[in-house]
Design a binder for this molecule. Structure first.
Ligand SMILES: [Cu+2]
Length: 218
């Protein structure tokens, strides 16, 4: 009895893992792990067209807590942004309050087709929330002349790597549908992003001690 129950569980586990592995054949973020609180250069990857149709438009929704979003210039797509209110406002660059932020980035009207059997990256820069352990979900929709391919499913409750049953919950989510939104896991960085924010301890992580710096400066 016990043995067959274990086998069944193992078989389920393998099926879920396979689903999780094949999930990378859908839209995904090329950066699956990103440092919490950093300004980050990110890329959402469209992995294929809508069945055999070429993609003509890509929409990406910016998760809560992600600000200062700038899409990269591309000469192949028209890029538009839709905005949302930030209420209450949050402190932005230089302390100025952010009252509006990018809600959705839209890439459309490509100068040449995004072929259904090729991948393409959609790039932008954004300030990530300083919440190590949090999983950000980037809802995306690929639009084709006839069909569309939504990757918009979200977990019912927020996922955090620090939860003791995180792995189980995450595996369940990835196995639950073929339309789970692309994700990025935020991790705690070794040191702040910019050198002027580094402490003496952070400096040591770079392999230089403050005294070596002084010696070098002489
Ligand atoms: Cu897919």
């Amino acid at each position: 009895m016990l043995k067959s129950a274990l086998l069944t569980t193992a078989a389920f586990g393998a099926a879920a893992l396979m689903t999780a592995a094949t999930a990378s054949a859908h839209n995904y973020m090329t950066t699956l792990r990103a440092p919490a609180g950093y300004m980050a250069d990110l890329e959402a990857r469209v992995a294929h067209g809508c069945l055999a149709e070429d993609v003509t438009e890509v929409r990406l929704k910016i998760p809560e807590g992600v600000y200062r979003v700038t899409p990269l210039t591309t000469r192949d797509w028209e890029v538009e942004t839709e905005m949302r209110e930030v209420d209450p406002p949050v402190p932005g660059d230089g302390g100025r309050p952010i009252t509006r932020t990018v809600d959705t980035i839209i890439w459309k009207n490509p100068s040449s087709p995004m072929l259904y059997n090729r991948q393409e990256g959609f790039k932008f820069r954004a300030k990530l929330p300083n919440e190590p352990g949090k999983v950000l979900f980037w809802q995306m929709v690929n639009i084709c002349p006839e069909g569309r391919d939504p990757y918009t499913d979200l977990p019912e409750t927020a996922l955090d790597v620090k939860d003791h049953d995180f792995a189980k919950k995450f595996e369940e989510l990835m196995g639950s549908s073929a339309h789970v939104a692309p994700y990025t896991v935020l991790y705690k960085p070794d040191m702040p992003q910019y050198p002027w924010e580094w402490s003496a301890e952070d400096m040591q992580l770079t392999g230089m001690t403050p005294s070596e710096q002084t010696a070098e400066a002489k």
